[in-house]
Ligand binder design. Structure first.
Ligand code: FAD
Length: 316
């Protein structure tokens, strides 16, 4: 079987940045980009304008940005495999990685498989409908877009994330509505109070989103009151899912320790996971920031941690 000093799993900003650093350190990394697990290039492949990635003062589309990341990783000799990793055996050294069509033994591994924003299966919100045309799952990423300015915006959820996103959106929208299916928020008391006291936030209790409509962008939502069992139509420009994220860790088969929120555990201030020689970067280990630039930053950290670990432990 083939062997590599370093395998990187995942091709978002974290994985490609780790590859740039590792390749420039002559580690000749293998990078599994993913295929069915998600598009090569990661979450930004599903978005249009990225306006907060430094270095692009006029903005850049997500796919364009990720192609540049990919090109830079390749330039220094990263070997790219556009396939999913099905499993990794962490009990043996070197680690045994099985992709969908290739296998490799790796002295060290960087896991950068990201996290997937949870969405609900609601008519009008899907890809090809109004997803990314007013429907999104990231207020920080998309909230400042012109289509949301001074318009009524709707946040779906009832936890801390939903409240945080609603408060953030008060800078842009005319009024922010939190749609919540129950009559109390799941958010912490302090966050719930903040939302309820905010003059620009209104909570629509016992309500569920039933449908999103529009022309080229979102214009209207249908809202069901689950107690009265009535449906009303409301003017809308934006719908923000804030119901959490799922880190993409199924293929790890419970071999690595998780943090309290179910993300990969890393030693604070490092990218070291619970297994020696295995590092994690990007959204898969970050329940807080989840931005392209923070993912890229931690990809750099993971490559430096892996390089130093390999030097010390004789991997090369
Ligand atoms: P990801 O980008 O999630 O990439 C993970 C990669 O791992 C994917 O390529 C996937 O295919 C691969 N993978 C998963 N499982 C496997 C497996 N088993 N084997 C092989 N590969 C696998 N952030 C910003 O900073 N600015 C923005 O404007 C912005 N807009 C966004 C818009 C949208 C719609 C979304 C969803 C997110 C947005 N974000 C934005 C957030 C940003 O995209 C993420 O924070 C960032 O992409 C995380 O990078 P990552 O490298 O950790 O993982």
């Amino acid at each position: 079987m083939q062997r590599t000093k370093l395998a990187i799993i995942g091709s978002g900003p974290a994985g490609y940045t780790a590859a740039v650093y590792a390749a420039r350190a002559n580690l000749e990394p293998w990078l599994y980009e993913g295929f069915y697990a998600g598009p090569a290039g990661g979450q930004l492949m599903t978005t249009t304008e990225v306006e907060n990635y430094p270095g692009f003062p006029k903005g850049i589309t997500g796919p364009e940005l990720m192609l540049l990341f990919r090109e830079q990783a390749q330039r220094f000799g990263t070997k790219l495999f556009t396939e999913d990793v099905a499993s990794v055996d962490f009990s043996k050294r070197p680690f045994d990685i099985k992709g969908s069509s290739t296998s490799v033994l790796a002295d060290a591994i960087i896991i950068a498989t990201g996290a997937t924003a949870k969405r609900l299966e609601i008519p009008g919100t899907r890809d090809g409908e109004f997803w990314q045309k007013g429907v999104t799952a990231c207020a920080i990423c998309d909230g400042a877009a012109p289509i949301f300015r001074n318009q009524p915006l709707y946040v779906i959820g009832g936890g801390d994330t939903a409240v945080e996103e609603a408060i953030f959106l008060t800078r842009f929208g005319s009024k922010i509505y939190i749609i919540h299916r129950r009559d109390t928020l799941r958010a912490s008391k302090i966050m719930a109070e903040r939302a309820m006291k905010h003059p620009k936030i209104e909570i629509l209790w016992n309500s569920v989103l039933e449908k999103v409509e529009g022309d080229t962008i979102v214009r209207k939502i249908h809202l069901r009151d689950v107690v009265k069992n009535t449906v009303s139509q409301r003017e809308a420009a934006g719908v923000f899912f804030a119901i959490g994220h799922t880190p993409n860790i199924g293929f790890l088969n419970h071999q690595l320790q998780l943090d309290q929120k179910g993300y990969l555990f890393v030693r604070p201030g490092t990218t070291y996971t619970s297994c020696e020689g295995v590092f994690a970067a990007g959204d898969v280990q970050d329940s807080i920031y989840r931005q392209a630039v923070t993912a890229a930053g931690s990809g750099c950290m993971a490559a430096l941690d892996a390089e130093r670990w390999l030097a010390e432990h004789g991997g090369y």
